[in-house]
Design a protein around this ligand. Sequence first.
Ligand SMILES: NC(=O)c1ccc[n+]([C@@H]2O[C@H](COP(=O)([O-])OP(=O)(O)OC[C@H]3O[C@@H](n4cnc5c(N)ncnc54)[C@H](OP(=O)(O)O)[C@@H]3O)[C@@H](O)[C@H]2O)c1
Length: 275
Amino acid sequence: MTVPRIQLNDGHSIPQLGFGVFKVDPAETERIVSDALEVGYRHLDTARIYGNEEGVGRAVAASGIPREQLYVTTKLWNDDQGTQSVHDAFDASLERLGLDYVDLYLIHWPSPARDRYVETWHAFEELRDSGRVRSIGVSNFLVPHLERLLGESDVVPAVDQIELHPAHQQPATTAFAEEHGIAIEAWGPLGQGKYPLFELPEVADAAAAHGRSPAQVVIRWHLQRGHIVFPKSSTRARMAENFDVFDFELGEAEMQAITALEREGRVSSHPDEVN
Ligand SMILES: NC(=O)c1ccc[n+]([C@@H]2O[C@H](COP(=O)([O-])OP(=O)(O)OC[C@H]3O[C@@H](n4cnc5c(N)ncnc54)[C@H](OP(=O)(O)O)[C@@H]3O)[C@@H](O)[C@H]2O)c1
């Protein structure tokens, strides 16, 4: 199965569908990520705060898959913002992952109360220049945070990873990102199981029409909207289901009906409140 790639603004590209490991138990991460790699995923999304970078690294090492065929993202936690702490935190993440570079490093949250994300971004530029990070980006940045970053740096983030699913589409942030060449990564693409997306008739009807599951319909909606997604599942059958989305297509009316589900249905915290 060939996963399409999304071209980033820095010359690199990223597999559009990957596997996320938020809330994957560190003790089980190696097995779960090994399953995901066997299913066919080649893009993995972790973070220091998930506590499972080591398990991700062990699964990558055990897989024997050549490094250049894998795409690995990790993220800087809020209390590591600041110049020296970025370098220290990055070194520690790389060591836990057992890698000599990561494909994408993200500022996990803007954490505006700290007022250090611009300084942090300049340290990210240094990491990119060092070659140990291929692409740098941000996460949970809304328009005011992006505007400030763009005003104080010449380096535009390659991606912004934000909560995004049919009930919470963040139109202002996605429009700003598109205008500035920032790719959108949709976290919580299935509503984290907290928003009852799968029962909505617009999703359920499309699933029935295509003989697919509601989760596959929602993932397909993301892909056709151009988002980068990495649904998480601890269950191998669901990993396979979520990966098996490249042999059907939602029609225009189905896409529109799902897009009309926007409800400002945020299931997690507001970015200004995570400090
Ligand atoms: N940057 C950030 O601040 C941030 C925040 C949150 C997440 N993320 C990233 O985004 C990734 C994905 O988001 P997420 O993990 O929060 O939520 P998600 O992928 O939207 O949803 C995961 C939930 O959906 C269930 N699920 C998965 N596939 C399913 C299927 N086919 N049918 C029914 N249920 C299914 C999973 O249960 P089972 O595991 O039991 O299958 C789990 O409870 C994360 O893993 C992480 O890498 C980033």
